[in-house]
Write a protein that binds this ligand. Sequence first.
Ligand code: FNR
Length: 366
Amino acid sequence: TPLSAIINLNDFEHVAKQSLSPNAWAYYSSGSDDEISKQMNRKAFQNVSLRSRVLRNVEEINTSTMILGQKTSMPVFVSPAAMAKFAHPLGECAIASGVGKEGLIQVVSTSSSMSIEDIMNARVDKDQPIFFQLYVNQDINKSKALIRRAEQAGVKAIWITVDSAVIGKREQDERIRAKVTNGGAISQGQEVMGIGRTMGAIITPRLSWGDLLWIRKTTNLPLVIKGIQCVEDAILAYEHGVQGIVLSNHGGRHDKLTLNSAQAPLLTLLEINKYAPFLLTKMEIYLDGGVRRGTDILKAVALGATAVGLGRPLLYALTAGYGEDGVRKLISILRAELMSNMALAGARNLGEITRAMLNPSRLERD
Ligand code: FNR
């Protein structure tokens, strides 16, 4: 399929399904157990309707904003996702150069298929910001060393993923029982239980709020916690002094054992609006999971999100030999959608996207 024939993010998913090996497709696409959370993430967006404002002269639309003090051309970032090389030989490097040209920020996974140094070198220039996502290792010293290494490489923030305390069951993935042969986070010759499970084996189950102390002492970079799933923990994160949180159920992959049914992040954002709205002005709040349309971005921003993340779509956009061109195409599709959605909703910039533009009553019934 030529890139010119791709008109939305679902098209990329169809192409990926055709072109990826069964192994890679299962690893990228699979959700936990019955994939309920993965479906709920989409449903949550679909259950919010919009209340447009008209007659506002929407000739000029500006989608730019800041994430942790770094400029971004849209309130969108690339969520950390492991093993991009399954999709394209240039893997995470192709994402780095593609998003750099489109002015977005990439969060690089601990389990990337390429080194953080190589990915930093693939940037369009030295000013292109990249963030680093950390899975805290069983051996804390390894994690401290990794934070310092990422800092040395020039990353602008550390995102700590906390929703993967134990390894979940990903049935599609495990059916394949893929043999992973390349290095990175996976040591060679390790018994393979399905790609996801193998990668999870290095993550510590002992992490707790107190660990933020040594993490804070290890680096002065902004800290973000990824994987907040209820308003109570959003408040705790704020009390522990982090600069941002990602509301996420890990794309419904949920690495937690049997925690399929984890609620959609949009619902968590709604909880924050209801029970702790002060948080929205105290730290940056992002969400990811199921974002596929300009209207999804608009809805999250209306509820106070600083930005939203995309996981699977970026991996899909790399497939079929598309590489960097696919990444750029994906971003330009989303940008065009968001700009026309904003114009039709009556918002010329992100500040004009207000809570009142939403009717979340169907989501509230959830
Ligand atoms: C992920 N995700 C993830 N998250 C993280 O913090 N570290 C990681 O290494 C990975 N790896 C990973 C691999 C793959 C193949 C996927 C699909 C996802 C989760 C990711 O950051 C994000 O939360 C979800 O992908 C968002 O949902 P969507 O956009 O995929 O629906």
